[in-house]
Design a protein around this ligand. Sequence first.
Ligand code: S3P
Length: 172
Amino acid sequence: MKIVLVGFMGSGKSTVGELLSEKLSIPFVDLDSVIVERIGLSIPQIFKKEGEAFFREKEREFLIEELKKRSDFILSTGGGAPAYRDNMEVINSSATSVFLHADFETLYGRISGDRNRPLASLDREKLRELYLKRLPFYRKAHFTVDTSGKSPNEVVNEIISLLNGGRGKSSL
Ligand code: S3P
């Protein structure tokens, strides 16, 4: 089973992805970590030295590679990946995608001032614009889970239930 988690920065893709991977015994891959390993620089360093356009092209290249590499994985993507070129179509044609939805204020509270996220240093209004601009891309996902007020464990159980056609018990 190939599952791709999408959503804005701070939506819990990595936390939920790791937990889901444990529960389903499917390997977890974090696309940001793949980029950092392959380029040999941290994300803020890549943005600073090479620029965002370079980052987006590498992100797309590694995304396509990761989607082809294994038959089973939980892949968490960076918040900007679904909104670049036709990445969302690429994701949807080779995996089951899940959008982790949260309202902007919740996300802003989690990410503002995070030095590991170059775009989190944008001011509140610019970040809100980015969030609104990206929502239609995230909405293309096969499934949406509203994460508001839910623990990572509850979100994971909901994803499993959705993947099972709403029956709740895992037959994956
Ligand atoms: C980005 C989100 C980050 C990371 C990079 C750019 C974005 O990933 O890919 O900082 O454009 O939203 P997370 O969503 O895991 O924070």
